[in-house]
Design a protein around this ligand. Structure first.
Ligand code: ADP
Ligand code: MG
Length: 397
């Protein structure tokens, strides 16, 4: 009741596009606290719909970069929960903050970046408060591992594949060289590398792009991490190899019961891998739901835009590229960051950031269109047509 009041009070009747808006842009501290509680509640309400316990909880994470004296706000109060044994996809255009946000989970921000607020709860600790490398070393690689787009960023070109993986095993588990070698060969086999005994002795340069990415995945799972973050792991690969690497990640996720956070700019990839989807724009999560929620009942105009720019097998109409470009994060917009590019934007979109509105227990979106007083906007035809095709094709799987 109280939280509804707060939203009401903040927006008055402002969502009526006809009316002049006098939105308060700054909430008083107690209102801000209540808003925070309300948003946290909306994020947490899906808890009964997950298969396992909550593992990692990011709340209101902010990240700033110092760019030759200018401050760029890359992440603006992003909140997200990662549950055990599930695949969560984070999707959004390039530059929306997917990599930066997830790098905070393993303490790997570039040197000019800092976590400037928020919490990262993992196993009862707030990792946002970590200030020594020793603290991160207990998490990074061991409990949360990351696979990047370009496998060569993780591989040393002048050392053999086998020795690189074996070293990780020796370092983390204190195993002998012989034991580590045996395990490495098993891991290489597990990720689908043929003749692993011979491949063990080869250098990264002797592997194709797809095979290198398999090696990086083998290294990442060597420590049996609880969470594997895959940051555009297939973007640099050609389409057939992409599908194979996706299948590999899916089967490893099942076998090892890991949580996978899968980052991509391509919603088409998401349909094949994700249980849950978080849509990110301009440093915020703007919509969250099950894969079905996002594909069959998308609510945020940005998600509509992403969906309509995604090719599918039967696309006959010209694809709508999302007009315009993401905002300059040196001076982020005061309102909804998507407003400038959103043909459904109302006046309030330019003046105040929308709160998260619950669509169902599993689904929420931060758009003023979901306010009860907002004018009714029909989902664009290109989206309803696509949904129709997806339903006919028999769903995501
Ligand atoms: N080291 C850095 N210094 C300054 N800005 C950065 C740095 N790293 C990332 N950014 C900025 O942070 C924003 C989010 O970037 P990123 O997380 O890489 O996007 P995505 O992974 O979604 O493509 C972008 O505006 C990007 O330019
Ligand atoms: Mg990225």
């Amino acid at each position: 009741m109280k939280k509804d009041k707060i939203i009401e009070k903040n927006i008055e009747a402002a969502v009526d596009a006809e009316e002049t808006v006098t939105a308060e842009t700054e909430a008083t501290p107690s209102e801000a606290d209540m808003m925070r509680e309300y948003e946290s509640e909306i994020i947490a309400q899906s808890r009964d719909h997950h298969n396992g316990p909550l593992l990692l909880s990011a709340r209101d994470v902010c990240v700033k970069f110092n760019l030759r004296g200018q401050i760029l706000t890359a992440i603006r109060k992003a909140s997200l929960d990662v549950y055990e044994g599930e695949t969560l996809a984070i999707v959004g255009e390039s530059g929306s903050g997917k990599s930066v946000f997830t790098k905070t989970f393993i303490g790997m921000l570039d040197k000019n970046g800092t976590i400037d607020g928020g919490e990262l709860f993992f196993h009862g600790e707030d990792m946002a408060k970590y200030d020594t490398e020793a603290q991160w070393l207990k998490v990074r690689g061991k409990k949360i591992a990351m696979v990047f787009q370009d496998p060569m960023t993780s591989l040393n070109p002048v050392r053999t594949i086998g020795e690189q993986i074996a070293e990780v095993i020796m370092w983390h588990f204190g195993k002998s060289h012989d034991e580590a070698k045996k395990e490495t060969i098993e891991l290489l086999r597990k990720v689908g590398i043929h003749d692993p005994e011979a491949r063990y002795k080869q250098y990264p340069g002797e592997f194709s792009g797809g095979m290198r990415q398999r090696v990086v995945i083998a290294t990442a799972i060597a420590c049996r991490p609880e969470i594997l973050i895959c940051d555009e792991p297939t973007t640099a690969l050609d389409v057939t190899v992409q599908a194979q690497v996706l299948d590999l990640i899916k089967s490893l996720q099942k076998e090892l019961k890991m949580s996978v956070v899968f980052i991509t700019h391509d919603l088409g990839v998401v349909a094949n891998v994700a249980d849950w989807v978080a849509v990110m724009y301009a440093g915020k999560i703007v919509e969250y739901g099950t894969a079905d929620d996002i594909f069959y009942d998308p609510r945020h105009p940005y998600t509509w835009a992403l969906l309509s720019s995604m090719p599918d097998l039967e696309t006959t109409e010209k694809l709508d590229a999302i007009p315009g470009s993401p905002p300059n994060m040196v001076c982020p917009p005061v309102g909804d960051a998507f407003a400038e590019r959103n043909k459904y934007a109302m006046r309030i979109d330019f003046e105040m950031q929308p709160p998260q509105f619950a669509v169902s227990d599993t689904h929420w979106a931060a758009t003023w269109l979901l306010h009860p007083d907002a004018p009714k906007v029909e989902v664009p035809k290109i989206i309803t047509d696509r949904i129709e095709r997806m339903r006919k094709a028999g769903g995501n799987d």
